[in-house]
Design a protein around this ligand. Structure first.
Ligand code: NAP
Length: 295
């Protein structure tokens, strides 16, 4: 049977359209959601990410505020800006695009961010809330995107064995924390694999749902996945391709061509998890702005 190809572009567009309606209603009640985008230096990938985030904001009606600083900016100067944003009432949430130049401590900047405006969910308070199942904080954008993508594709995670390959602080670990909670849209049995795991294929083959968050092409191969599994590919890797417009193309961590025929559902790269990440950032921005809504 052909697998269901889970379309992240369509799902993210549907979510943006729903959010646009909500934003219009909020504006009618005098609340104008605003997100700040702090970019230090001229890293082209970071510039591209910020552009995409601001474009999505504009589509939904959230006002994006730009803070572009030169790469020589000191940690003290950036901390001062973070403090201003923490206290600026028009800013419901803000992101400081990572990576930062080496002379600035990312931990210090994250720690200085007001947890109520930490829409990336990097602050230890929000990470802690995530771990204890407190839904009052934010959910981290990419893992949240995976959960919502599965939900909207009609894939129940409750009672399923989800095997996540990768334990980073931005994808693998927070995704495990989201899925393991005792609540609707979660309640899964979760296993995390990493480079210290022995015999990963014997574990991934037990997965009803296998999530790849590794950062290496073709790491999940057909022999690692059981018949009928759902496969979610978070990986985004550049591989050289002289025939492609930019000389490279983007692939995930999964050997898609050979894995897809075994699956009941699979996310492609590009067009799977990727578009969901920004949609979830906006969702967090709205959540923050709703705190300003008249009761
Ligand atoms: P990361 O910080 O480099 O973490 C990669 C994880 O994979 C680590 O835990 C590492 O294990 C594990 N790993 C690496 N090689 C492995 C192998 N051969 N077998 C088992 N585990 C292995 O990467 P990340 O930030 O989580 O990102 C992962 C991928 O997702 C990247 O391709 C990234 O570009 C992509 N990504 C996409 C989005 C999106 O919006 N779609 C967002 C974030 C990331 P150790 O801990 O043992 O080293």
């Amino acid at each position: 049977m052909e697998p269901l190809i889970i379309n992240g572009n369509e799902t993210a567009a549907a979510i943006r359209a729903e959010m646009a309606k909500e934003v219009a209603e909020m504006k009618a009640k005098g609340v104008e959601p605003g997100l700040g985008f702090v970019l230090v230096g001229d890293n082209p990938a970071s510039q591209a990410y910020v552009r995409m985030k601001k474009k999505a904001c504009a589509e939904v009606g959230i006002t994006g505020y730009d803070y572009e600083l030169p790469k020589e900016t000191t940690q003290e100067e950036l901390l001062k800006l973070v403090d201003e944003l923490n206290h600026d009432p028009k800013i419901d949430g803000f992101i400081v695009q990572l990576p930062l130049p080496k002379h600035i401590s990312e931990e210090a900047i994250i720690a200085a961010t007001d947890p109520k405006k930490d829409v990336d969910c990097f602050h230890p308070i929000n990470v802690g809330k995530l771990c204890i199942g407190d839904t009052d904080g934010f959910f981290p954008c990419t893992p949240y995107g995976v959960v919502v993508l599965l939900q909207r594709a009609g894939i129940e995670v409750k009672g399923k064995h989800v095997v996540i390959v990768g334990r980073s602080n931005i994808v693998g670990k927070p995704l495990a924390n989201l899925l393991v909670q005792k609540r609707d849209g979660a309640n899964a049995t979760v296993t995390i694999c990493h480079t210290g795991t022995k015999d990963i294929p014997s574990i991934t083959r037990q997965g009803d749902i296998v999530v790849a968050a590794i950062g290496r092409p073709n790491t999940i191969t057909a022999d690692m996945v059981k018949e009928g599994a759902v496969v979610v590919d978070v990986g985004v890797n550049r591989v050289e391709d002289p025939s492609a417009k930019r000389g490279y193309r983007l692939v995930g961590d999964v050997d898609y061509e050979n894995v897809a025929p075994k699956c009941s559902a699979i996310t492609p790269v590009p067009g799977g998890v990727g578009p969901m990440t920004i949609a979830m950032l906006l969702m967090n921005g709205l959540k923050a702005a709703k705190r300003r809504m008249p009761k």
